[in-house]
Structures are given as structure tokens and as C-alpha cells.
Design a protein. Structure first.
Length: 297
């Protein structure tokens, strides 16, 4: 019996190792209708590869849809949408012309901190022709990105309360299509700094966020980048996705948040697993801000 047990454990370990290998290699995807609608090119301040490189990587991996969603942290002192958007859209239009027979390429942008610059955000969205807008909050007003904060100097509950209140305001405003990485600060507070957080304190405000998304027909993102960071989980995790579904959520987007071409589609399989486990049969992509359902299969 002991030998059978050890053999079973060995098989489990090998299976998990193979699954991780497949995801990290990115050569084979378990689902047929793979989409990745959160990626960053060299037009993001922290991007590393060209729009074309990202598109070619998605094609190589058999993806059906990719959205290039470069950063526009519109509250930044050096951010000028008129310098960011035209060259990004030029590259996107060229790739659409070259590769439209191989993959659907969507013109996207991730607008960070839009609630702090509502007038400028509205002007950008009216001026430039995007298919898909991710809404996000990387920092509180007049503060650094959560990545850079020294958490020993702050009251964690105060930071998170202000963060989720900011997300609620963003959702009430509604100038986006999908809400990106709901639990973004936990990537650093919990996973990196090992500070315990009781998320039950924020259940009511998260419910209010979900209700606004539902009321305005906006999507919730499953961001798979956390699977490959200290937290080893998606942002948000499955408990939040299930709660969104319980409250009546209809639209889920899934994105790798890749900043490198070789990481396009990374973790999308797991994102699909979570969407299905939460009760979703479809993921969503946006064309001209209109939701299109893609069967999870």
C-alpha cells in the first residue's frame, strides 16, 4: 500500500510540474478560444516589446484575440496622451492590417487614476478611437504607486479603505469597459510585505463595486499576473469572482498583464478555470466598447 501511495504522490507532482511547464513555455494552450485582453508594449513606460512582437507571440500560441492596453496613468506629471496615443494606435493599425487573417487585434488602453483627472480622461476617450478601456487605480491621489510605498509608515486599513472607495467612485463614474486587478494593493501588502489583511472589512464596499459594474454593464477582470508573483493567485481571486457572479455579474475579461512578448497569454488557462468555477460560461472582449461573448472551451 505504501508503494501505491508514493506512486500516486509522484504522479500528482509530475502532473503539476507539467502543467506549470506548459504555462511557462506558452507553446500549448488547453482551451480553444484563448483571448488575452491586458497586455503592454513599448508604448507603456514599463513595457519591453513592440506591438508587433506581442501580436506575433499571441498568434504563435494560438490565441483568438489580443488587446494591447498600454498604460495611461493620466495623473502623472509627465503623462501626455497626445504623445502616447498616436504612435501606439499607428502600430496597432499596422498590425491589424498585417495580421487580421490570423488574430483579432483590439485597440486598448489602461487608464490609471482617471477619477483624479476626469476632464482629461473624457477628452482622451472622445479624441482617440479605442475598442477597449481598462480602468485601474495604481495609487491614491498625490501618492506613489502601491508598488513603491513603505508600508511601515501607513495605516493599512486607511490605505485600503481609500483604495476601495476610489474604485467605487471609478465604477460610479464608469469611463471604462472592464475594471482591472481589483485587489492590486494586496500584491504588495500581503504577498510581498507579508502583512495580514482581513478582507471581510471591505466586503460591503466590494459588493457596492460589483453592483455598480453590474448596473452599468461593465466587466470585472481576472488578472493572471499574480500567479507568477509572490501571491501565486489571480487578482482578484476566485472568492471575489464568485461573489460578483452571485450578485448578477455578467461580464468577465481575462488578461495576462504581460509586459513582455513571451509572457502573452501566460496564466490564461488558470483564469479560464477560475471563470468557469465561478459559474461563467463565457469571457468577454470589447469591440468599439461593445461586449462580445467568447465561449470558454
Amino acid at each position: 500500500m505504501r508503494n501505491i501511495f508514493y506512486f500516486f504522490v509522484f504522479c500528482v507532482i509530475i502532473t503539476k510540474a507539467y502543467y506549470i511547464y506548459i504555462i511557462l513555455r506558452g507553446k500549448k494552450l488547453e482551451y480553444k478560444n484563448i483571448v488575452d485582453v491586458h497586455t503592454h508594449s513599448i508604448h507603456s513606460f514599463d513595457g519591453n516589446d513592440s506591438v508587433e512582437s506581442l501580436c506575433l507571440s499571441a498568434i504563435e500560441k494560438g490565441a483568438k484575440v489580443i488587446a494591447i492596453t498600454d498604460h495611461c496613468d493620466i495623473d502623472g506629471a509627465d503623462m501626455n496622451p497626445d504623445e502616447l496615443c498616436p504612435p501606439q494606435l499607428k502600430d496597432l493599425n499596422e498590425c491589424i492590417s498585417k495580421y487580421s487573417d490570423k488574430i483579432k487585434i483590439l485597440k486598448g488602453i489602461e487608464i490609471g487614476q482617471g477619477i483624479y483627472r476626469k476632464k482629461e480622461t473624457q477628452a482622451l476617450l472622445q479624441k482617440y478611437d479605442y475598442d477597449f478601456v481598462l480602468g485601474s487605480l495604481h495609487n491614491l491621489e498625490n501618492m506613489e504607486d502601491f508598488f513603491f510605498l513603505d508600508y511601515q509608515k501607513y495605516d493599512i486599513d486607511d490605505l485600503l479603505s481609500k483604495y476601495f472607495d476610489g474604485l467605487l467612485e471609478l465604477c460610479q463614474w464608469g469611463a471604462f469597459d472592464s475594471l482591472a486587478h481589483l485587489t492590486y494593493p494586496l500584491r504588495y501588502i500581503v504577498a510581498r510585505e507579508k502583512i495580514e489583511v482581513d478582507m471581510k472589512k471591505y466586503q460591503d464596499v466590494c459588493d457596492a463595486i460589483f453592483e455598480e459594474l453590474i448596473k452599468k454593464d461593465k466587466a470585472l477582470e481576472i488578472n493572471t499576473s499574480g500567479l507568477f508573483m509572490d501571491m501565486k493567485d489571480t487578482l482578484p481571486n476566485i472568492s471575489f469572482v464568485k461573489r460578483y457572479k452571485e450578485l448578477g455579474g455578467k461580464y468577465i475579461t481575462v488578461g495576462s498583464d504581460s509586459h513582455y512578448a513571451n509572457r502573452v497569454c501566460q496564466g490564461i488557462n488558470r483564469g479560464y478555470d477560475i471563470a468557469r468555477a465561478a459559474g461563467f460560461d463565457y469571457v468577454t472582449v470589447y469591440e468599439k466598447h461593445q461586449p462580445k461573448l467568447i465561449t470558454i472551451e
